[in-house]
Write a protein that binds this ligand. Structure first.
Ligand code: AMP
Length: 403
């Protein structure tokens, strides 16, 4: 029997998100999340999606000291559902790895050399790569015989031309410290741009798409004929759009000012810009549902935060229209992009000269399916395309190992 199952792991510093998929028909067999690993009480929420317990979430609250204990508990849950990780049907384990630098432009079977390179990239992804490394080592210990495959968040963006990827700073300093724009959310941008082409009845090569991945983290990308030519995140996921808790673009001199005038340390500034800025910094909330509720209740601070968020988004739509020259579609995705009709409406309002418009009725439809929300007459299609990073990772991993 050819193994067709793929386990996808997305390991954070204290969490692991996982999905087990069967790639014969691309169905999900189980999904789950372990949180608060290393804390007094960790939580494992596991949901089988097939069999007699399908859809019944099981929650365990107990302490998992480390990722190894957490993954062991996940393995036990899967075994209880009859889809254990010791099954010969498991083909590979796919890992989301945030930073792949310039070396990794495709999914990669993890060897000692690949692992060493992911470790070398820790200085440019100090929050993410160490957690990914822990996840990989834990999974390797669990099934040393299986291919472990890394799928990099940066991979889709390695096609960016040099003039879009380089910052205009001293070249020697930049190269010595690998300072350049890498971009993130690449798996999502790849999946959504391809799905958008499909929605238009075209191949990816035939269309130019602006993808707006608007979740708690947010990024935009310009995709020309299936290849990324620009994206809003940079050396780290801090650059670009206004996000849930991150500032996005700002004058770098703000940092000197905070240091020299406000007397803040580098770590304090890092926390300020990554965790206490964006929507939460502007109005105290980072959930778009709550912000809309406050706006409807007449809250001026929430209204201003929304305007700043939309203003930045419009600037990127305009910039990427110019970068692409011809745009076939703008696609909204992720938590905010898929669910917040007012964000989509406001982001496109007034951009008729760019060929953009939204049909109010279509925009208000709620659905899990990719769909068009622009009126017939609009020159540029506006689409809502739900992202599915786990399916994309599983697909890339399966394509690689089943060759
Ligand atoms: P993500 O990072 O893609 O999971 O997106 C999470 C964010 O999506 C949340 O912080 C909310 O701001 C937003 N979100 C989720 N559901 C909705 C909704 N129904 N309406 C508006 N925003 C939503």
């Amino acid at each position: 029997m050819t193994p067709t199952r793929i386990l996808v792991l997305n390991s954070g510093s204290s969490s692991v998100k996982y999905q087990l998929l069967d790639m014969r028909d691309r169905t999900r067999l189980a999904v789950g999340l372990v949180e608060k690993i290393g804390e007094d009480t960790s939580a494992l929420a596991h949901t089988p999606l097939l069999g007699e317990n399908a859809g019944r979430k099981r929650v365990q609250e107990t302490r998992f000291a480390d990722h190894a204990e957490a993954l062991k508990a996940v393995a036990e849950e899967l075994t209880a559902d009859g889809i254990g990780l010791d099954s010969p049907e498991l083909a590979a384990i796919g890992h989301r790895v945030v930073h792949g630098g310039l070396k990794f432009s495709a999914p990669t079977v993890i060897t000692d050399e690949v692992m060493a390179e992911i470790e070398r990239l820790v200085p440019v992804a100090p929050l993410h790569n160490p957690a990914n490394i822990t996840g990989i080592k834990t999974a390797q210990a669990l099934r040393p015989d299986l291919p472990q495959v890394a799928v990099f968040d940066t991979a889709f963006h390695t096609t960016m031309p040099e003039y879009a990827a380089r910052y205009a700073i001293d070249v020697e300093t930049a190269d010595a410290h690998r300072i350049r724009r890498y971009g993130f959310h690449g798996t999502s941008h790849a999946y959504v741009s391809r799905k958008t082409a499909e929605l238009l009845g075209k191949t990816p090569e035939e269309v130019n798409v602006i993808v707006l991945h608007l979740g708690n983290g947010a990024s935009a990308s310009a995709v020309a004929g299936g290849r990324c030519v620009d994206t809003s995140m940079g050396l780290t996921p801090l650059e670009g759009l206004v996000m849930g808790t991150r500032s996005g673009d700002l004058d770098p001199a703000v940092i000197f000012h905070l240091e020299r005038v406000a007397g803040m340390s580098t770590d304090e500034i890092d926390t300020l810009l990554n965790k206490k800025s964006g929507l939460v910094g502007l109005c105290g909330d980072n959930d778009m549902r709550e912000i809309r509720r406050r706006i409807d209740a007449g809250d001026k601070q929430a209204a201003l935060a929304f305007e700043i968020y939309i203003h930045r988004l419009k600037k990127y739509i305009g910039a990427y229209s110019a970068v692409l020259g011809k745009v076939d579609a703008v696609a909204f995705t992720a938590g905010v992009g898929e669910n917040a009709a007012p964000v989509r409406e406001a982001a496109v309002a007034g951009l008729e000269e760019l060929g953009l418009a939204v049909d109010a009725d279509l925009n208000s439809v709620r659905s899990d399916e990719p769909r068009l929300i622009s009126p017939e007459y609009a020159r540029v299609a506006v689409a809502v395309v739900p992202t599915d990073e786990e399916l994309e990772i599983a697909t890339q991993v399966y394509d690689l190992v089943s060759k």
